[in-house]
Design a protein around this ligand. Structure first.
Ligand code: FES
Length: 127
């Protein structure tokens, strides 16, 4: 059996939503100290809807595929839904990740959470 699903390979080779949003409403950056991979998420939010999302990932194939899939899963969705996105949902949407690569999908969940936290604190709701 192939190590990676077709979907992982597709999102790794043709990642969706790569880049930077200059006037982002929320930015989150997270890293994994063990592997050294870094993920940065940018959110553009209007009326509590994720209007746009972009990412930059300096990491492995699974991290890039997870970031790409995570952006697809939250784009156009309410902030509330994006807050509930789990790494499990990202991995499932990719038709699975090898067990030792699950932490790559955790980075995607954390990067989005961090960007949402930034958005909330900028709006003065938190912190
Ligand atoms: Fe660390 Fe994939 S190996 S994010």
């Amino acid at each position: 059996m192939a190590l990676y699903s077709e979907k992982v390979m597709d999102h790794f080779r043709n990642p969706r939503n790569v880049g930077v949003i200059e006037d982002a409403d929320g930015i989150g950056e997270v890293g994994n100290a063990k592997c050294g991979d870094i993920m940065k998420m940018y959110l553009k939010i209007e009326d509590d809807i994720i209007k746009d999302v972009k990412f930059e990932t300096f990491g492995c194939a699974s991290a890039i595929a997870s970031s790409s899939m995570a952006t697809e899963l939250i784009k156009g969705k309410p902030v509330e839904d994006a807050m509930k996105l789990t790494n499990k949902a990202v991995a499932e949407a990719l038709d699975g990740l090898p067990a030792y690569k699950m932490h790559c999908s955790v980075l995607a969940e954390e990067a989005i959470q961090s960007a949402l936290d930034d958005y909330e604190s900028k709006r003065g709701k938190k912190g």
